[in-house]
Design a binder for this molecule. Structure first.
Ligand SMILES: Cc1cc2nc3c(=O)[nH]c(=O)nc-3n(C[C@H](O)[C@H](O)[C@H](O)COP(=O)(O)OP(=O)(O)OC[C@H]3O[C@@H](n4cnc5c(N)ncnc54)[C@H](O)[C@@H]3O)c2cc1C
Length: 443
């Protein structure tokens, strides 16, 4: 027998509890709005501190690529679910919004919002002792080659972190800021957090969004009315939701900041596998590449190696301690799409390939200079860790992040007007604060 529809009412309904959604929910509930924050995943903490937790947190699909999600073309695509969204498994690298980038799209970024985000998202530089000896080898080598690598800020409270711990993806010390911190603050200010509830679409009446329709456990249907709907379901799922609302252009573009890891093996000493990740790096803006020192975390490194080299990797898997590595992340062009069934197709342009090659060549030079055996270098396949740009500003949403459907806003990486090329979490937090300011007067 069909169940009756559960009905709830709010001022603002926010879809998705990543950094975008949690920021909007926190800011608006603090200002006295009645907010409902909906997340399709849960709040589970049981496996935190266990390296396998990451596997429970990422979206999976059965395929030859070790069951991680992949694009139609076969590249890795990492999406996380649960309260905190991507920040639950992110590496905690903190980059302030690039003001020049936003100026090009007529989006003002008030400095006071950046300052607030720095304070509230635990942003700080890594203390010296957290930059390990392997990482320093890469730093010295890169600078000898004429690059200007420098310490990178982190979303980490180093008073809680441990030297030698590299488990940021699944921080066991509660030292890494995640968007869950904001979700809990929103709840303290009266917001309702509904988990294991998946939003299908916005409810639209006479061209105006008036709420959302969602499906919960056991197929329970919910209809939640609101004066304003904010879709923060991430770079892929926001596009799907907007498509279901009749905005067919959503998902016609896609950027992913394709990332390649490169590593070699040192003859003397240890590599950087057991060192705090992403403590140093270099944003080569001219060539559209961000470099940073780190190996993929233990187990993930092994799985990636097997995915790349199949059985040949088995003979080298025990050498993690000797591996020294870095990544190159490029700003790609928006040639990709999200299909109505949620699949992502992502091809690369010649400019993208040139950047990828430049990133690999530069990484190789650094590793050789740092003492790795030139005959045993390895470049991983591509991973897209920043799915974005699918409902981009200027094409679908306006500079206030409102879609062509009145009162339906978006606030997550989907609105990025071009590839950011830098870790986006802090930018999304700042945009969430900016949107909350805009909405406080109208909702
Ligand atoms: C391995 C890895 C490392 C990273 N490292 C860094 C880093 O060091 N620094 C940095 O700044 N960024 C990093 N990132 C990227 C960063 O995590 C993401 O860019 C960021 O989380 C995006 O935020 P968002 O608000 O756009 O969406 P997301 O974080 O993707 O959140 C969207 C949320 O919406 C939920 N959702 C989706 N569909 C629905 C639906 N229909 N109904 C209800 N809920 C739904 C999802 O479950 C998810 O929780 C990393 C990402 C990965 C994968």
């Amino acid at each position: 027998m069909p169940k009756s529809v559960k009905k709830l009412d709010s001022d603002v309904v926010v879809v998705g509890a990543g950094p975008g959604g949690c920021t909007v929910a926190k800011e608006l509930s603090k200002r006295g709005k009645k907010v409902i924050l909906i997340e399709k995943g849960g709040t589970r903490e049981r496996f935190i501190g266990n390296r396998l937790d990451t596997l429970f947190r990422v979206e999976k699909e059965l395929n030859v690529g070790l069951f991680l999600r992949r694009t139609v073309e076969g590249d890795n695509l990492t999406l996380a679910h649960g309260v905190g969204g991507g920040t639950h498994i992110y590496l905690g690298s903190a980059f302030s919004p690039d003001i020049e980038y936003w100026k090009r799209y007529n989006v003002d970024i008030p400095q006071e919002l950046v300052d607030e985000a720095v304070r509230e998202c635990w942003v700080s530089p890594p203390p010296d002792e957290f930059i390990g000896p392997g990482t320093r080898r890469i730093w010295e080598a890169a600078n000898e080659l004429g690059m200007q690598w420098e310490p990178l800020h982190r979303h980490v409270d180093f008073s809680k972190c441990r030297v030698g711990c590299e488990e940021c993806m699944n921080c066991p010390h509660k030292a890494k800021w995640t968007a869950k911190v904001f979700a809990m603050e929103a709840v303290e200010h009266g917001a309702t957090l509904l988990t294991h509830l998946k939003v299908r679409e916005a409810i639209i009446e006479n061209g105006v969004a008036v709420g959302v329709r969602a499906v919960g456990r056991g197929g329970q249907i919910y209809e939640i009315t609101a004066k304003v709907v904010v879709c923060s379901a991430g770079g892929v799922h926001t596009a799907e939701i907007l498509q279901r609302c009749g905005l067919q252009e959503a998902g016609s573009w896609f950027t992913g900041d394709p990332t390649n890891f490169s590593f070699g093996f040192v003859k003397e000493g240890r590599g950087n596998g057991f060192e705090h990740p992403m403590t140093i790096g270099y944003h080569d803006k001219k060539n559209g590449v961000l470099f940073s020192a780190m190996l993929e975390p233990y187990i993930t490194w092994h799985l990636q190696f097997i995915q790349d080299e199949h059985l040949r990797a088995l003979l080298k898997l025990y050498r993690f301690r000797k591996a020294l590595g870095l990544f190159a992340k490029i700003s790609d062009e928006a040639t990709g799409q999200v299909t109505p069934d949620g699949k992502v197709s992502k091809s690369f342009t010649q400019r993208d390939w040139n950047r990828i090659q430049y990133g690999r060549d530069t990484s190789e030079n650094i590793l050789i200079k740092a003492g790795c055996d030139p005959n045993k270098l390895h470049h991983t396949g591509i991973t897209l860790t920043h799915p974005a740009g699918t409902v981009r500003i200027g094409k679908l949403v306006d500079t206030n992040l409102e879609s062509p459907i009145k009162n339906l806003y978006c606030c997550d990486t989907s609105i990025l007007p071009e590839a950011g090329g830098i870790p986006p979490a802090m930018t999304i937090v700042v945009l969430g604060k900016r949107l909350a300011r805009h909405l406080q007067t109208i909702s």
